[in-house]
Design a protein around this ligand. Sequence first.
Ligand code: ZN
Length: 258
Amino acid sequence: MIVRQLRGALVRYLLLSDIHANLEALEASLDSAQGDYDQVLCLGDLVGYGPDPNAVIDRVRAVTRVVIRGNHDKACSNLTDAEDFNSLARFATEWTQQQLTVQNLDYLSGLPQGPLKIGEIQLVHGSPRDEDEYLSGPIEALPALRSSAAPLTFFGHTHVQGGFILTTTERFQVIRPPHGPGQSQHEIKLHPQACYLVNPGSVGQPRDGDWRAAFAIYDDARRAVEFRRVLYPLKTTQDKMLEAGLPEMLAMRLQLGR
Ligand code: ZN
């Protein structure tokens, strides 16, 4: 599937991934990015784990039509079973299935599979060759960079903000934005001939040790990616999870960023 680029415009894309039914984190990200982007692109996993699957789907549908599916979207809409999920993820999947409205179930099951090309960039949930593959390190990332159909690929799934570069001299590099208190944005400029795999991080369940919502903005004209982190009312999300009867461990991990 190919999406045509906004004609003649200099586009700034807001990249959202792995929202996982965390409405507070999604709202905080959209608020914080307001005015800094022209179009939203979503890399999948709208639901699973969090307490607000319907509200998150409604919100995403209101801000963009460019969304690819993630593994939790597939499991929660019965396209796959949750067999390879751990028991907590499976519990959350079954809980989500019970919550989803018929319209939102239809929407989730109809989401396209990546890669999705938009001009010079492509969107994938896991990796370009397998939507369920984790791009965690050089073993998976290097072959993906070598065979990439686009100079810039945005991916999610690992919930780790950053990515990988294959330089013009065939050197492999890791992108690791600094995080922690005081660090809320980090920009990288893209080299025209290098190849990039970029993960904006997870909006709703980061696993890189920083609990704040993660997202990125890609400025097509400046060829720059800005990684961002933003605070959100974590306690509200955790309370909703416990009230809904979701496992306490899932609420706990949000504050650990793991
Ligand atoms: Zn995910």
